[in-house]
Design a protein around this ligand. Structure first.
Ligand SMILES: CC(C)(C)OC(=O)NCc1c[nH]c2nc(N)[nH]c(=O)c12
Ligand SMILES: [Zn+2]
Length: 368
């Protein structure tokens, strides 16, 4: 079982820690996304330097390419990609829907055609767990049905009921196959309906998992609706287990959700926006290609201690980006991932010091 320890709770914000087969994780934690066994543009050494504790991989992508046979040769992802710290793998559900062609959802699982070579596959809950065990990831996710937005109450009921039946199948297969080498997290769905979020949470908790994720958010709904669903669902989850909000979010989202009691986050924003020239600072985001940075000798953010901010000016980063130089993507990504990892680290420190409210006020006051 998981040894999640709550170190302090101020209001709803929590600081905790738990162990995995590849080391300890302190929460709140941000997980950089490394979909195809790499956090794009960074080496594992650079990831460590920016403070990443754990990264996310995607079962759907790695199953299709390079495939479990090759990753299995290296006894899993860690040796294959030279990352010795924890890895969380997503189960493939929502990737099938956002990437695969000609996909069909049946009781058995997802039927789909690979977006790479058109080959046909059936991804069942058991198959997803089998692949994640082969990847040797430290936290594995149930195969769920992530519902698009908007959806009717009826559609949300169907999706949460399937998600519950699949969660049961995932747990049974996981118990038979590993019995605890890794942590299997359940995923709560229920669309944008508080009654269904409640029902999904109760059904998933009824199966009992080491940790719980809230899925189906940041699917295009208004921000206040996302926050309403999170605010309703988070307190329902057991206090002694990690709570993971999937695919979220902006820096503001992370501050709000930690305040509501969330512990774990993953999001493509820091890495994807870095490649689009959008950089995060304590005053908000900047687009580095903007002409106003042409002669700016200052760092991206004067309060940032990352490698990029210690050695390079905005003028140079703007030059690299407008010239589409490869180094632009690397330096931008180092800064953005450091920003996100550092933000949750500062929140943890504030919670431990009993001054999270002051932290939150200061966070917003700088972003006027
Ligand atoms: C559409 C985007 C990616 C913006 O957001 C979501 O889909 N957000 C929800 C989400 C992200 N990752 C998930 N993994 C799984 N298993 N299930 C989910 O619901 C999700
Ligand atoms: Zn920086």
């Amino acid at each position: 079982m998981i040894d999640f320890k709550l170190i302090v709770q101020s209001e709803n914000a929590r600081a905790g820690e738990f162990h995995t087969a590849h080391g300890k994780i302190t929460t709140p934690v941000f997980m950089p996304v490394g979909t195809q066994a790499t956090v794009k543009a960074l080496t594992p050494e650079e990831l460590k330097e920016v403070g990443a504790q754990i990264i996310l991989g995607n079962t759907y992508h790695l199953y299709l390419r390079p495939g479990t046979e090759i990753v299995g040769r290296f006894e899993g992802l860690h040796r294959f990609m030279h990352w010795e710290r924890p890895i969380l793998t997503d189960s493939g559900g929502f990737q099938v829907f956002s990437l695969a062609k000609l996909r069909k959802l049946t009781e058995k699982g997802y039927q789909f055609q690979s977006h790479i070579d058109g080959s046909r596959h059936l991804f069942t809950p058991e198959k997803s767990i089998e692949v994640q065990i082969c990847l040797n990831s430290d936290i594995i996710m149930c195969l769920d049905q992530c519902l698009e937005y908007p959806a009717t109450h009826e559609q949300a009921v169907e999706a949460l009921e399937l998600t519950t039946r699949w969660a049961q199948r995932c747990k049974e297969y996981w118990e038979a196959e590993t019995g605890g080498l890794n942590h299997l997290f359940g995923i709560v769905q229920g669309g944008m309906f508080t009654d269904l979020r409640q029902r999904s949470a109760e059904e998933i908790m009824g199966i009992d998992f080491p940790g719980y994720a809230i899925g189906g958010l940041s699917v295009g709904e208004p921000k206040e609706l996302m926050m309403e669903m999170a605010a309703h669902t988070l307190p329902l989850l057991p206090a002694d287990r990690p709570r993971y909000i999937m695919g979220v979010g902006t820096p503001e989202d992370l501050v709000e959700l930690v305040d509501l009691g969330a512990d774990m986050f993953d999001c493509v924003m820091p890495t994807r926006n870095a490649r689009n020239g959008q950089l995060f600072t304590e005053r908000g985001t900047i687009n580095i290609c903007n002409a106003r940075f042409r002669e700016d000798e200052g760092p991206v953010d004067t309060s940032c201690s990352c490698y990029t901010c210690r050695h390079y000016s905005r003028a140079y980063l703007r030059h690299l980006y407008t010239a589409r130089e490869i180094l632009a993507y690397r330096l931008n990504t180092i800064h953005n991932v450091h920003y996100y990892v550092n933000l949750v680290k500062e929140m943890r420190e504030a919670i431990l010091a009993g001054r999270f409210d002051r932290f939150k006020k200061a966070f917003y006051s700088k972003r006027q």
